[in-house]
Design a protein around this ligand. Structure first.
Ligand SMILES: [Zn+2]
Length: 398
């Protein structure tokens, strides 16, 4: 049912059922009006967040990216692993702008005789994120809905109630099948991809957007918006926008895409990690939601180029865009592969603050998104031959 029809139905019922329900009707009408006001950015973010695409199964996301990139690109190509490479401009330094298409997910490992499924997790899940969640298996006959079970509370003795008992080895999916044959008839087989069932929502009319896969669909959306803005603008460089595959299992698509692009410099776009939720220590994370884009200063996979960081900070200052620092230990990103490619390329990673990364439900902020687009466009405009030569110059100062 479309949101509009649902709202009309609720309004009609409110007339019939009287005053109490009328209040509900007005409330729902408000939500409908809000839904209508959703702009194209919201629609794009919703489309990308909802699209299924665990590592190795990025086809639905790739389809969206290719459809939207094609009218904006002068040339479109693929690496041999499935990453998309869209180009704007044919002269000047080679600038690689990267986001990955894949999300955390799983694949069906085994169908048990009594019709349950076990999973091979794909990407860095916490065990505590796995239990009691709705998931979708992308089977040969279409989506199959599932829940990952939970130990029944009535069966857990008091001494075990505070413990995490269902680790990933004990997790199973319940699809409603009585046995393995019924599961097979639903179109499920070993190796089928599994994704979180976590549809996009605007959080109660706020600027915060709830959804799965912000890591790194928010980066994919930014690539499309920056391409749109630069499609008819002069820029002093060749831009290679790469939408990569299999980042979550080892930055694999960035490696192969960078081999094709051979960038002079690189900019990776990623989901950042925020400190503005209960329980985060000051040394663990630095960003806040709504505080502007972040720039990565350290993670375990890479150190950014310092001159390039300085250029990004200067650009942000000139544009009055707040730029937050990010130092995260347990984190790897495509920038690590870009900076090691073709003899080395100065690279930075810009991040969009994201709450609850690698979970079923993440939260991003619209203002952060808009400011990241603005910063990236301004930064790209500065990357002319002189600036890139300066970034790539490591000779000692006289
Ligand atoms: Zn990521």
């Amino acid at each position: 049912m479309s949101p509009t029809r649902k709202c009309q139905g609720e309004r009609l019922r409110s007339v019939i059922l009287g005053r109490t329900v009328a209040v509900l009707g007005i409330y729902l009408f408000g939500l409908c009006g809000f839904a209508k006001a959703q702009d194209q950015t919201v629609q794009l973010l919703q489309l990308l967040s909802n699209a299924p695409g665990p590592p190795g199964f990025e086809e639905p996301v790739r389809k969206i990216m290719v459809e939207r990139m094609t009218p904006l690109a002068e040339h479109l190509a693929y690496d041999g692993l499935g990453s998309v490479i869209a180009t704007q401009g044919s002269t000047g330094p080679r600038v690689m702008i990267d986001a990955h298409m894949d999300e955390l997910g799983a694949m069906v490992r085994r169908i048990t005789p009594d019709g349950y499924l076990t999973m091979q997790m794909l990407g860095g899940w916490l065990d505590e994120a796995l239990v009691d969640q709705r998931r979708i298996i992308l089977g040969s006959k279409g989506p199959v809905r599932a829940t990952s079970g939970l130990r029944d509370a009535h069966l857990v003795p008091s001494e075990d109630r505070g413990k995490l008992i269902n680790t990933r080895d004990a997790i199973f999916l319940d699809v409603g099948a009585k046995n393995a044959e019924e599961a097979a008839q639903m179109g499920i087989r070993r190796g089928d991809p599994v994704i979180p069932d976590a549809p996009f929502e605007i959080l109660n009319g706020s600027q915060n957007y709830l959804g799965k896969a912000w890591d790194d669909r928010v980066g994919c959306a930014i690539i499309l918006e920056v391409m749109r803005r630069l499609a008819h603008a002069v820029h002093p460089n060749q831009l290679f926008y790469t939408a990569t595959v299999q980042e979550e299992i080892g930055l694999r698509g960035a490696h192969t895409a960078a081999e094709v692009v051979k960038p002079d410099v690189g900019i990776a776009l990623e989901a950042g990690v925020t400190r503005d939720v209960p329980g985060v220590k000051p040394d663990e994370a630095q960003e806040v939601l709504g505080g502007g884009p972040g720039i990565l200063l350290f993670n375990i996979s890479q150190l950014p180029n310092r001159k390039f960081v300085a250029l990004a900070r200067q650009t942000a200052r000139e544009k009055s865009i707040p730029l937050q620092d990010e130092l995260i230990l347990i984190y790897g990103d495509d920038g690590a592969e870009i900076q090691k490619s073709d003899g080395g390329a100065p690279t930075i990673t810009l991040v969009i603050p994201t709450r609850y990364t690698h979970g079923h439900n993440g939260v991003i902020n619209r203002t952060d998104y808009d400011r990241t687009v603005e910063l990236l466009v301004a930064l790209i405009q500065k990357l002319d031959a002189t600036e890139v030569k300066h970034l790539r110059d490591f000779s000692p100062e006289p």
